[in-house]
Design a protein around this ligand. Structure first.
Ligand SMILES: Nc1ncnc2c1ncn2[C@@H]1O[C@H](COP(=O)(O)OP(=O)(O)OP(=O)(O)O)[C@@H](O)[C@H]1O
Ligand SMILES: [Mg+2]
Length: 321
């Protein structure tokens, strides 16, 4: 379902009505709020408390206790790499743009090398650690100290690291990847709330016997650079977990307010598959151009899957869409 409208036309209010309906029906609820305002947080907190729901919150700015969201727990190096690629929207880079495809391949190689080195050495994967230990020297040290590796394997891995680092293009992408780790670590003041071993996974939340409201309160309109990355990773995680919802016998309502500020390709897949697994998705956005800015095909995939649309006042030139 899609909710459209310019500023102050009642989008958030409409989504909160859906939240109340979900709770009345005993469904789990996830809410990604692209505005990150305190009022929405307080409303959902009250809704949870009044109905015996657990309230889990992930927010860089809130004073309430935040929960540790483990994105990477029990995940393969490939999965973790895909999640990290999604942060920069690399995962779905247009296949037709040969340039972006080229850099996507390089970035993927670098991230995969870093992540699998960490996993091999049984090191925690959180963005603080990824940043701190993913320099050329850092990675070389992890390999050197990994007791599971034979001298021959160490030799081979070191040679690969050195040859990659000698290539200027790879070195540039390597540094860009580290910059992403740094941004994510700074967004998360505790440094391990987006982590591998600490905290609860989305699967835990879905499988829990307790009914739960999970809120990502992210000031994306105010801080588009970092918060949108968290929202996009969460969408990818939810997409990967939709199948598990069906087995729980409890439906899941997933609400995304100001979706335009964190639009990502995986949402199209989530909309397409969610329904049959008991996941009801509702998106709100200001204008359709939030979608067409990514691509026409993306916009039509999203809109084509919004079977019901609630349209508040919208920009005049959008009327024909
Ligand atoms: N059905 C309604 N009846 C009366 N007042 C409403 C209704 N829906 C929303 N409002 C009021 O209109 C104002 C804006 O609503 P809301 O915050 O939901 O809009 P929005 O589209 O999310 O705005 P923004 O783009 O600023 O996020 C609020 O003060 C809200 O209380
Ligand atoms: Mg709003």
């Amino acid at each position: 379902m899609g909710v459209f409208g310019t500023n102050g036309t009642g989008k958030t209010n409409t989504l909160e009505l859906f939240a109340e309906e979900a709770v009345a029906a005993g469904k789990n609820l996830v809410f990604v709020n692209g505005k990150g305002d305190q009022e929405a947080e307080d409303d959902l907190y009250t809704l949870a408390k009044n109905n015996g729901y657990d309230f889990l919150l992930w927010s860089p700015s809130s004073k309430r206790h935040n929960f540790n969201y483990s994105l990477f727990q029990n995940k393969s190096a490939e999965y973790v790499t895909a999640m990290i690629m999604e942060i920069e929207r690399y995962a779905n880079a247009e296949a037709t743009q040969s340039d972006s495809l080229h850099y996507k391949e390089i970035t993927k190689r670098v991230v995969q090398l870093i992540v699998s080195t960490f996993i091999d050495a049984n090191l925690p994967i959180d963005f603080g650690q990824l940043y701190a230990q993913s320099s050329q020297t850092g990675i070389t040290n992890i390999v050197a100290n990994n007791k599971k590796l034979s001298p021959v394997e160490k030799e081979r891995q070191n040679a690969e690291i050195i040859s990659m680092w000698k290539n200027k293009e790879i070195q540039t992408q390597w540094n860009l990847a580290r910059n992403t780790f740094k941004l994510m670590a700074n967004l998360d003041p505790n440094n391990d709330r987006l982590s591998w071993k600490n905290g609860r996974t989305l699967e835990d939340v879905i499988q829990s016997k307790r009914k739960t409201i999970l809120l990502f309160n992210l000031d994306i309109l105010g801080n588009p650079i970092d918060n949108a990355r968290v929202a996009r990773m969460f969408i990818t995680d939810l997409k990967q977990n939709v199948r598990t919802v069906k087995n729980t016998g409890r439906q899941l309502m997933a609400l995304f307010d100001e979706f335009g500020s964190f639009a990502t390709m995986d949402m199209a897949t989530l909309l397409e598959q969610g329904r049959s697994f008991g996941v009801n998705v509702v998106l709100s956005m200001q204008t359709i151009s939030n979608l067409t800015n990514i691509s026409r095909e993306f916009a039509s995939r999203i809109l084509g899957n919004c079977n019901t649309r609630i349209i508040h006042r919208v920009m005049e030139d959008e009327g024909s869409e």
